[in-house]
Design a protein around this ligand. Structure first.
Ligand code: PMP
Length: 359
């Protein structure tokens, strides 16, 4: 049996997907060549990319009003591409900050726009709708649906009441983990390497009427409209990553789709939070209950010196990569789509045993 890998990213992938990659690695679809050797212009690869787009559309329920694009450069490149493409004639963009990644996106956007702070949080909670303040002159309202470092997740889609200001979301760490009403978004994006495959692919879903707002100075490969026109092939795409994410999408489909992914995510996180809550003197949590992430459970041993002990003993028990992000320390269990419920149970058992050993 493989150990349970709680890494925040890149992250655990379903074993059937890994086996399939292994089994057809030397000879993809009877071509005698590996997918690593396949031309992106070959009919088979073009069909693969089409299939992936169809799967994303059907799993997420993407309406015809929205394009599905495949980019590279990870999630962070989107921190720049979003303002470069969506500001249009405007000069102001609104940002909700709930943790590291929305803060980082806001800072990058300052290169291009005047930032209006719609909510400035401290990594412990999401705002209520009433707390979100957006000026009408804003070109878009940006937020991060799940803050991977702090373990803060929006329970639903925020409604700022600012009609006509497109909503933009970074869904990198909770993409494909629950159903989403895509029609509410101007744009949403996700780097694949948590819930949707290996690193190297970013999925962007954007309302078609927002394409073409980029000014002529925006570099060709940073312009969404170019990706839309070229079927996401303005240059050589990351074929292997597209192939892996297509297998991930097929796996999610075969397991029951996004409602099932959500049910499992709730179950896994409930099991781990309940274990932590039973030992409030041993494990500290800073996130408000209503904002607790289903994907990243962040906690600290009350006695900070126990962090390395916890990591060592967990590793010996087959529970890997539980260290918190380097900027916040402590511990973090990432519970993405590919983590079986049995992984959450094994972690909960370990949390109880560790608390008994180190009261
Ligand atoms: N946004 C979120 C929510 C993330 O979790 C991360 C990385 N873990 C990023 C952005 C940055 O992603 P990348 O390394 O792909 O640029």
């Amino acid at each position: 049996m493989r150990p349970y890998n709680f890494s925040a990213d890149p992250s655990t992938m379903p074993e059937p997907v890994l086996r399939r990659i292994r089994d057809e690695f030397l000879d993809w679809q009877g071509t005698g060549c590996s997918i690593l050797e396949a031309s992106h212009r070959s009919p088979r690869v073009l069909a693969l990319v089409k299939e992936l787009e169809e799967r994303v559309r059907s799993l997420l329920g993407v309406p015809d009003t929205h394009a599905v694009l495949f980019c590279q450069g990870g999630a962070r490149l989107q921190f720049a591409m979003v303002p470069m493409n969506l500001l249009g004639a405007g000069t102001v963009a609104s940002y909700i900050v709930t943790g590291t990644w929305s803060k980082s996106a806001e800072t990058e956007a300052m290169r291009f726009a005047r930032i209006q702070s719609a909510f400035a949080g401290n990594g412990t909670r999401t705002p209520s709708d009433e707390e979100i303040d957006v000026t009408a002159e804003s070109s878009y309202l940006y937020y991060c649906d799940n803050e991977t470092v702090h373990g803060v997740e929006f329970a639903g889609i925020p409604d700022s009441g600012a009609a006509g200001v497109p909503l933009v979301a970074d869904m990198s760490s909770n993409f494909m983990s629950r159903p989403v009403d895509v029609s509410k978004f101007g744009l949403l994006y996700a780097a694949a390497q948590k819930n949707f495959g290996p690193a190297g692919l970013t999925v962007v879903v954007v309302r078609r009427d927002l394409l073409g707002l980029a000014s002529p100075e925006v570099p060709t490969l940073l312009n969404y409209a170019v990706y839309e026109k070229t079927g996401s092939m303005p240059n050589t795409p990351a074929v292997f990553q597209l192939y892996c994410s297509n297998l991930m999408a097929a796996w999610i489909e075969s397991e029951g789709g996004l409602a099932e992914m959500d049910a499992r995510a709730r179950e896994r996180s409930r099991i781990v939070y309940e274990a932590l809550d039973e030992h409030p003197d041993v494990y500290l949590q800073r996130v408000d209950r209503a904002s607790r992430s289903r994907m990243n459970v962040v906690f600290h041993p009350a006695e900070e010196a126990l962090t390395p002990v916890f990591l060592k003993e967990a590793h010996e028990a087959g529970l890997l990569n539980l260290a918190g992000h380097r900027t916040v320390g402590g511990l973090r269990a990432s519970l993405y789509n590919a983590m079986p419920v049995s992984g959450a149970i094994a972690l909960a058992d370990f949390l109880h045993a560790f608390a008994r050993r180190h009261p």
